[in-house]
Design a protein around this ligand. Structure first.
Ligand code: FAD
Length: 458
C-alpha cells in the first residue's frame, strides 16, 4: 500500500498522524485490512518448507555437503550484494535508471564500515583540478550527505567551502534506509551471500544464507559491493589477495565534560579523545591495528578481541586521569575494520603513479577527490576498473575494484567508493536496458546517464 493511500486509510479509520509516522497504533484488524501480514505472538505459521537436502554427512572422515536444489527467493534485474557506501549508491543509481533492484546485506543496517564500522569521516570529497579545489563527489553520494544535513546531528562540514564531512552513524543508517525505501529498492537484510550462480562465464545470481537457510536470488547483472569481493571470488574471477591492517573503531561519550583545568592542575597531559562528530559530547577514535589476513576467521577473531581489550584498557586510563572521570566508552564498532582483502583483476587496473600524474581515461565514469596519496589531486576513475577481466554479468564496486596495492588505499576511501558505486549501478542498469554484458556497455551512454544523475566527470 502506498504511503498516500495508507494515510487516507488511517484517516478513515480515525488514526492520528503519530500512528502514521511510526507505523504503529493501527490495530490488527485495521492493519490486516491494509494488506499487512499480522501475526499473534506464538501463532503457528506454515511458511512453506525450505528444502535443505538434509544435513552434511561424514564419509571416510570427510565432511560432505548434500547436493540439493536451492529455492529461488526472487529474480531481479540488478542484484547488489553488500550495502556499504558503494553498494547503497549502486542500488540507488540502478533503480533510478529504471532497473528492478535487490540489495542484499549480511548485517541489519546499511552503510558498511561508514556506519557499522564507525568510520565517520568521508574522505576525498574535494580535489585539486588545475588551480582550484573542486567538489568532485557529487551525484548520489553527495545527495546522501545533503540529506544528512536535514536530520538533527546528522553531519558536520557539509557546507560550501568545507570538505570531507563527518556524519553520525545512526543518522546515516536512518537516511540510507529512507532513501532506499523511497527509491523502491528491494531489500534483504540479514542475508549473507555465500556463493555465486554461474553459467559458462556468466554470473546469474547468488546464493545467500539467512535464518531461513540457503536461498537464491537470480539476476541479469550482479554488482559485488561486499568490499571483500566475495561474489567475484566465488564466481572464479581473477583477483589479488592482500594483507592489511585491521582496526576496531570506537566512540567516546561525555568528552565535553572533561575538566581541562583539573587535568592541568594534576600535572597530566590531556589524553587524546579522537575526532569530533556531529554530537558535541561524542568523539570517534580510529585505530590502525595489526596487519593480518582479513579473510582468516581465526585472525579476525583474535584481532577483534585484542582490539576490544586495548580499547577498554585505554578508556580506563582516560577515566583514571583527574578531570576525565566522566568520559565513557560509548561503543566499539559492531563491524571490525577490514581495510582491504581482495581486489579484482579488471579490464583496467588503477595505479597510484597514474593518479598522481593526473592520468585521463577515455572511459572515465567519475572523479574522486584529492587525498594525501594523490597529493590532493582529483583523480579519474575508469570504467574498466569495475569490469572483471574474464567473468561476465558482474561488476565490482567499492574497495575491492581493480587497483594496485598503493592505489587501493585511495579507492577504499568513502567518497571514491560513492563514485565507484554510482558508476557500477548506472552501468548495471544500462546492461539490463540494452541486453548487453558489462564489458560491452556503450561508454558515452554510461557517461551521459551518470551526468544526468548528477555525477561529476570533469
Ligand atoms: C579502521 C578503518 C578506518 C578507516 N578510515 C577511513 C576514513 O577516515 N575515511 C574514509 O573515507 N575511509 C576510511 N576507511 C575506509 C572506508 O571506511 C571503507 O573502505 C569504505 O567504507 C568501503 O566501502 P565499501 O562499500 O566498498 O565497503 P564496506 O563499507 O566494507 O561495505 C561492504 C558491505 O557489504 C556487506 N557484505 C560483505 N560481505 C557480504 C556478503 N558476503 N554478503 C552480504 N553482504 C556482505 C558488509 O556487511 C558491508 O555492509 C577506513 C577503514 C577502516 C577499516
Amino acid at each position: 500500500m502506498s504511503e498516500q493511500s495508507r494515510r487516507e486509510f488511517l484517516k478513515k479509520v480515525g488514526l492520528g498522524a503519530a500512528g502514521v509516522a511510526l507505523g504503529v497504533g493501527a490495530g490488527p484488524r485495521a492493519r490486516r485490512a491494509m494488506g499487512e501480514p499480522i501475526y499473534e505472538a506464538g501463532e503457528v505459521i506454515q511458511a512453506g518448507p525450505v528444502p535443505r537436502g538434509g544435513p552434511a554427512t561424514l564419509a571416510g572422515g570427510k565432511v560432505i555437503q548434500p547436493q540439493r536444489e536451492v529455492p529461488v527467493m526472487r529474480s531481479t534485474d540488478v542484484l547488489v550484494v553488500g550495502g556499504g557506501p558503494a553498494g547503497v549508491v549502486a542500488a540507488l543509481a540502478a533503480k533510478r535508471a529504471g532497473a528492478e533492484v535487490t540489495l542484499v546485506e549480511r548485517y541489519g543496517h546499511f552503510g558498511g564500515l561508514w556506519t557499522g564500522g564507525l568510520v565517520l569521516i568521508v574522505l576525498a570529497t574535494h580535489g585539486r583540478q588545475g588551480e582550484g579545489l573542486t567538489k568532485c563527489v557529487r551525484g548520489i553520494g553527495d545527495e546522501i550527505c545533503e540529506r544528512l544535513l536535514k536530520v538533527s546531528c546528522g553531519i558536520m562540514n557539509q557546507a560550501p567551502g568545507k570538505r570531507d564531512p563527518t556524519s553520525d552513524p545512526e543518522a546515516t543508517k536512518f537516511v540510507l534506509d529512507e532513501m532506499l525505501r523511497e527509491a523502491g529498492v528491494g531489500i534483504l537484510l540479514h542475508s549473507w551471500a555465500t556463493n555465486a550462480i554461474v553459467e559458462g562465464s556468466a554470473v546469474r545470481g547468488v546464493l545467500f544464507e539467512s535464518k531461513a537457510g540457503c536461498q537464491a536470488v537470480r539476476a541479469k547483472v550482479v554488482v559485488d559491493a561486499t568490499g571483500d569481493g566475495d561474489v567475484f571470488s566465488a564466481a572464479g574471477a581473477e583477483h589479488t589477495r592482500h594483507l592489511h591492517r585491521i582496526g576496531l573503531v570506537h566512540r567516546l561519550g561525555n568528552v565535553d565534560r572533561v575538566d581541562r583545568e583539573k587535568v592541568k592542575a594534576a600535572g597530566k597531559r590531556l589524553p587524546s579523545f579522537g575526532s569530533a562528530t556531529p554530537i558535541p559530547s561524542v568523539r570517534w577514535v580510529n585505530m590502525q591495528g595489526p596487519t593480518a589476513d582479513c579473510l582468516d576467521v581465526e585472525a579476525l577473531s583474535r584481532c577483534e578481541m585484542d582490539a576490544r581489550r586495548a580499547i577498554w584498557n585505554r578508556v580506563e586510563a582516560i577515566r583514571a586521569t583527574p578531570g576525565c572521570e566522566e568520559v565513557f566508552l560509548l561503543e566499539t564498532a559492531a563491524q571490525l575494520g577490514v581495510r582491504v582483502s581482495r581486489t579484482l583483476k579488471g579490464l583496467t587496473e588503477m595505479a597510484l603513479a597514474d593518479a598522481a600524474a593526473g592520468k585521463a581515461y577515455r572511459d572515465v565514469v567519475g572523479i574522486g577527490g584529492g587525498y594525501a596519496l594523490t597529493r590532493d589531486k582529483a583523480c579519474q576513475v575508469p570504467y574498466g576498473a569495475l569490469v572483471p577481466a574474464r567473468v561476465d554479468n558482474l561488476l565490482a564496486a567499492g574497495r575491492c575494484v581493480a587497483a594496485d596495492n598503493k592505489m587501493m588505499n585511495y579507492t577504499r576511501l568513502i567518497a571514491p567508493c560513492f563514485v565507484l558505486g554510482h558508476a557500477a549501478g548506472a552501468a548495471a542498469a544500462l546492461c539490463v536496458q540494452d541486453g548487453c554484458r558489462p564489458r560491452d556497455v556503450e561508454v558515452p551512454k554510461l557517461q551521459a546517464l551518470l551526468k544526468k544523475q548528477g555525477a561529476f566527470l570533469g
